[in-house]
Design a protein around this ligand. Structure first.
Ligand SMILES: Cc1cc2nc3c(=O)[nH]c(=O)nc-3n(C[C@H](O)[C@H](O)[C@H](O)COP(=O)(O)OP(=O)(O)OC[C@H]3O[C@@H](n4cnc5c(N)ncnc54)[C@H](O)[C@@H]3O)c2cc1C
Length: 457
């Protein structure tokens, strides 16, 4: 086929969904069949489920950043930058590259997989004072921040300052928040032994959630057992409670308690990437409304999947949509690639269907809970399943070896609690890590594309 007439496939986002889709396209399409382009701000795929272990120093940041250029067989053209708008009618994606230049990328087929960002609410002070747990930079920043709280508390002679530096609040009792609180509590619990001037009883971790239970997906018995593990380790769990306001040195809970703290970690859910709103198309709670084949109705050649799309959950039925998990995103990536190939070859597409395999939750050390295929597990066996699952799910062998070796080293030699100092002097905010203010409005996208187009005529 002539290079000029080869269809252009543009994949946005190199996460679980995007990378799986690209790899399948590379394998199943010959170079003559299509141009494949991937737009991504980073040169790696982030294995998000292990982010709390980076924050707690069990793993190094590099070990969960899976290279996009590992093999010389990879032939996809990669544009380093972020999509800031999509004009569905003109079939143009507007991209801001790493250098800040805005470029237009025309496509014949687009696969939207930009994932999600931290969901926030209109709570005074929240976006200024909370950290999220969604990016590698955030996890590394939080680790430095937590260790610096111990360093500063140790050096301080002011009891009020010490108290506020040694209390930590995590909001969100889903698996991300629970793992974050559990792993970081282990970090401070182990680190405090290296600070003989600090009273360990001053260190307090709070895990709060507006829901009546932690991780409801685990079922009542297993959820309770995770809760007992955490309480035994001294984590104070408050349910039916959220944040009323957040300040630089204290957080006010909705039950009226005021907790002196300089560490508020917000993991109360996710919302689709702001890129989705630039399309001006129908959404379901912010996720792009797509068919079971993951196509956008009314537009040819538009696919969306993963956290950013509301994909019907046919295995559950009753109008349910797939939850935002890596388990679904990976499998949807494969199905979208197959459906795109079917479209190119004038074959019928197939709907996405996958029955949830369950959940694994690493609470650090020997503590874990898991529910693989409905089987309830707790303690060491659950930890073995959890870690085995992650090793199996990681895409590259080198990442598996790096992570496995780090676990082993950490179990044998522990942590040195080194603060790298990469943390900027100016406190970073949610939007700095997640670039939520980088996007255009639907009108700006249309005006930009129209202007660029007329300029070329
Ligand atoms: C702490 C934590 C723990 C988790 N644990 C589990 C677990 O145990 N099991 C599980 O199944 N799921 C887990 N998840 C959820 C899981 O990580 C997500 O559901 C999954 O990553 C979604 O895949 P995705 O491809 O849609 O998005 P992502 O994997 O987030 O990928 C999106 C990609 O798009 C890129 N991107 C974003 N915006 C743009 C843009 N404008 N232009 C170009 N690229 C863009 C991002 O940089 C990223 O590379 C966890 C999540 C977190 C945060």
């Amino acid at each position: 086929m002539n290079t000029v007439t080869r269809p252009r496939i543009l994949v946005v986002g190199a996460g679980f969904a995007g990378v799986e889709c690209v790899r399948r396209l590379e394998r199943r399409l010959s170079p003559g069949e299509a141009h494949i382009t991937l737009v991504t701000p980073f040169s790696y795929q982030l294995y998000l489920p292990l982010l709390p272990q980076v924050a707690s120093g069990v793993l190094t940041p590099q070990s969960i950043a899976l290279s996009l250029r590992r093999s010389t067989k990879y032939r996809t053209r990669i544009i380093p930058g972020g999509a800031i708008g999509v004009d569905l009618r003109s079939k143009v994606c507007v991209i801001r590259t790493l250098t800040g230049r805005v470029v237009d990328e025309p496509y014949d087929y687009i696969v939207l997989a930009p994932g999600s960002v931290t969901r926030t609410f209109d709570i005074p002070g929240l976006t200024d004072h909370a950290f999220g747990m969604k990016t590698l930079a955030e996890a590394a920043y939080i680790r430095d921040h937590v260790i610096s709280q111990l360093d500063l508390a140790d050096a301080s002679v002011d009891p009020a300052e010490r108290a506020s530096r040694l209390q930590f609040v995590v909001v969100g009792g889903g698996y991300a928040g629970t793992e974050t609180a559990a792993c970081l509590q282990r970090l401070t619990h182990a680190a405090v032994r290296r600070y003989p001037r600090l009273d360990p009883s001053l260190i307090k971790w709070h895990l709060i959630d507006i829901a009546p239970r932690l991780m409801p997906e685990l079922g009542e018995r297993l959820g309770r057992s995770a809760q007992e593990d955490l309480r035994r380790r001294g984590i104070e769990i408050s349910l039916g409670v959220s944040i009323a306001k957040a300040g630089p040195e204290e957080v006010t809970f909705t039950d009226g308690r005021v907790v002196p703290t300089r560490t508020l970690i917000w993991t109360a859910g996710v919302v689709a990437s702001p890129l989705i709103a630039t399309l001006g198309a129908d959404t379901v709670k912010g996720r792009l409304a797509v068919t079971a084949e993951m196509c956008l109705p009314g537009y040819d050649g538009v696919f969306a999947l993963g956290d950013s799309a509301a994909v019907p959950d046919l295995a559950k039925g009753d109008g349910a949509v797939c939850p935002p998990t890596a388990q679904h995103a990976t499998r949807q990536g494969r199905r979208v690639a197959e459906n795109l190939i079917a479209t190119l070859r004038n074959q019928p597409m197939r709907p996405y269907q996958h029955k949830d395999l369950g959940l694994v939750v690493d609470l650090g050390g020997k503590d874990a809970v898991a529910r693989p295929l409905g089987l309830e597990m707790h303690g060491l066996p659950a930890q073995a399943v959890t870690r085995g699952y992650h090793l199996g799910a990681m895409r590259t062998n080198v990442a598996k070896v790096r992570v496995g070796t780090s676990w082993l080293l950490n179990a044998v030699a522990g942590d040195d609690f080194v603060r790298t100092g990469f943390q900027a002097r100016k406190p970073a905010k949610l939007k700095d890590f997640e670039y939520t203010d980088a996007y255009m409005t639907p009108d700006q996208v249309r005006e930009h594309v129209a202007r660029e187009h007329s300029g070329r005529l």
